[in-house]
Ligand binder design. Structure first.
Ligand SMILES: C[S@@+](CC[C@H](N)C(=O)[O-])C[C@H]1O[C@@H](n2cnc3c(N)ncnc32)[C@H](O)[C@@H]1O
Length: 236
């Protein structure tokens, strides 16, 4: 995959919380249908790297919404990149209990986080979709498996992750079956992402303690079971 934008964010790689989220997001949004100036929720925004990318490269107004990170730290990071809080708003919130008005967002973008909270059958329809305007979009990328194998997990994967952690990771068929149960959405695409290998390589090369832990599985060849899955959904 040829990235036109991602390299500009190499200087912020210490903000990564998993496989290079900028490359994943650039691929996910290729040919996207979200207008400039749109109000967008970056759901599970982590330390806000992807939110900065959405504001600077696509001209969105972004609500950087995350559970584990500190919104004050994120605000300081946003200001250090030259952005102010009229364009990028740090919000501490649980994706299961979002603090927004209904029909508020033109779009949601969620990179490497939906797999933590989006696996319940009713999550999309009841807890996320109401906040998206009719005709609005949801762009999701999640770490996935090429084929679900939870009843016989390859030993390579168990070098870095427990079976409980692997329960967050599923194949494209799992996500398609789950999302098909939601009324009021059109599934525009559920696909394997090209960025998988590069995004992982960038992550494993950094010295984040979680990246270091992930190396054992990937160096033993665990990567052949893994992928990233992109999902594009439209509210009817
Ligand atoms: C692997 S990090 C990815 C962060 C960021 N999107 C990125 O790619 O750099 C996963 C993120 O999911 C967020 N998350 C997990 N469960 C959540 C929940 N219930 N509500 C909101 N965010 C959640 C965490 O706070 C964490 O920042």
């Amino acid at each position: 995959m040829k990235y036109k934008l991602a390299h500009k964010y190499d200087k912020y790689m210490d903000k990564m919380m998993g496989p290079n989220p900028i490359k994943l997001q650039e691929e996910l949004l290729e040919g996207h249908n979200i207008p400039k100036g749109a109000t967008v929720m970056d759901l599970g925004s982590g330390q806000g790297l992807t939110s900065v990318f959405l504001v600077k490269e696509y001209g969105f107004r972004v609500f950087a919404t995350d559970l584990w990170s500190d919104p004050t730290d994120n605000m300081e990071f946003f200001r250090s990149t030259g952005l102010d809080t009229d364009k990028i708003i740090p919000i501490h919130a649980d994706a299961n209990d979002l603090p927004y008005a209904k029909d508020f967002f033109d779009a949601v973008v969620s990179t490497d986080s939906y797999n933590y909270f989006g696996r319940e059958k009713d999550y999309l329809g009841q807890k996320l979709l109401p906040y998206v305007k009719r005709g609005g979009y949801i762009y999701i990328s999640v770490p996935g498996m090429k084929k679900d194998c939870h009843d016989n997990l390859p030993k390579e994967l168990l070098l870095s992750w427990t079976p409980e952690q692997m329960d967050y990771i599923h194949d494209a068929l799992y996500w398609e079956r789950l999302i098909r149960q939601t009324e009021g959405v059109d599934i525009l695409s559920i696909h394997e992402m090209e960025s998988n290998e590069e995004a992982w390589a960038d992550w494993l090369a950094c010295d984040n303690e979680y990246a270091v832990e992930d190396r054992a599985a990937m160096e033993a060849g665990g990567g052949r079971y893994m992928n990233f899955i992109g999902m594009i959904i439209k509210r009817q």
